[in-house]
Design a protein. Structure first.
Ligand code: AKB
Length: 315
């Protein structure tokens, strides 16, 4: 059967880059981009775009039938910082959207599901360096609780109903095509914008807060790899640990200073510091390496060069 892909939440940080790359790979008209907001001109010009609410089962089912969808990538979610402000809205969105897609797969209306988890599934009691795939998981954030519950449900739907759902625990992602929204790791994108615009940045995390991060191209490559891997090689049906580069605000600022000579950073930690402090500093992703050949490519210095070069056009 021919592959037809539905992306829910396509206009966000991951969705934008993922739609572009899936269209390059499978053809523009095979990839249906959808989002709760109307297209801003980025994704609708090259292929189908529809307004779609991830909470509306009937509306998703209608798109699935109309376009004969085989694979769904569910990217709609409320991220960590915003979820602390709207706990019930975050829980409802993050869980109901997942049930909608898992149930479509259970009813055999679609074949394969991608759902992103996050390093937020870990909590203050998790070993914070080289965090193993299987370890203590007591998340202390609304977002982390929803991702951990989501992982349990993914595994349950695989075991009980044979749903082919695949998932990655993304670290903080850094990209230039779109801004992230409402995350704790967003400072690592904002710093590049402010460095080019104002030559200085006030960071909402303290200088030594090391977190796992990844350049978007690596994250998209990981997503395509896990979705392409033979079914038998996917041994983890909750979600895979994925490691990229770990760094602190102080270290990313040093890499920016090498390119933007008078760049200055200062620190004013806010409520996001507590969220960041509950997350690991580095991740052990040996299961992803072993099961579907994952390997990170981009270094901090390399990412800084790419970000500053490309953002010049936008600023
Ligand atoms: C966030 O900061 O909420 C996200 C994440 C780590 O999942 N970027």
């Amino acid at each position: 059967m021919k592959k037809r892909i539905l992306i829910i939440g396509a206009s966000g940080q991951i969705g934008t880059d993922l739609t572009i790359q899936l269209r390059a790979k499978f053809g523009n008209h095979k990839v249906i981009a959808t989002d709760i907001r109307d297209d801003d001109g980025t994704l609708g010009k090259d292929g189908p775009f529809e307004v779609l609410d991830a909470m509306d089962y009937k509306a998703i089912e209608d798109v699935v039938i109309r376009y004969e969808i085989t694979d769904v990538y569910l990217l709609a979610a409320m991220l960590s910082a915003t979820a602390e402000k709207f706990p019930m809205r975050a829980w409802n969105l993050n869980m109901n959207s997942l049930f909608n897609v898992l149930n479509l797969a259970k009813e055999k209306k679609i074949k394969k599901v991608f759902w992103p988890s996050s390093i937020a599934v870990f909590g203050p009691t998790t070993p914070s360096t080289n965090t193993p795939q299987k370890t203590v998981m007591e998340p202390s954030t609304v977002y982390g609780i929803s991702k951990q519950a989501g992982e349990r449900w993914c595994e349950y739907y695989f075991n009980k109903y044979g749903v082919d759902v695949r998932s990655i625990r993304y670290p903080g992602l850094i990209s230039y095509k779109t801004l992230p929204g409402g995350g704790t790791t967003d400072y690592a994108v904002d710093i590049y914008h402010k460095a080019l615009k104002h030559g200085k940045y006030i960071c909402f995390l303290s200088e030594k807060t090391t977190l796992p991060m990844m350049y978007i191209d690596d994250a998209i490559r990981a997503t395509l790899s896990i979705m392409e891997a033979p079914k038998e090689s996917i041994k983890v049906r909750s979600s895979y640990n994925l490691a990229g580069i770990s760094f602190s605000p102080e270290e990313i600022a040093e890499s920016v200073k090498k390119q933007v000579l008078n760049f200055e950073i200062s620190y004013a930690p806010d409520f996001r510091q507590e969220i960041a402090d509950s997350w690991p500093q580095s991740i052990d992703d040996s299961d992803a390496q072993k099961d579907w050949g994952w390997k990170n490519n981009t270094t901090l210095e390399g990412m800084t060069l790419i970000m500053l070069e490309n953002l010049k056009e936008y600023i």
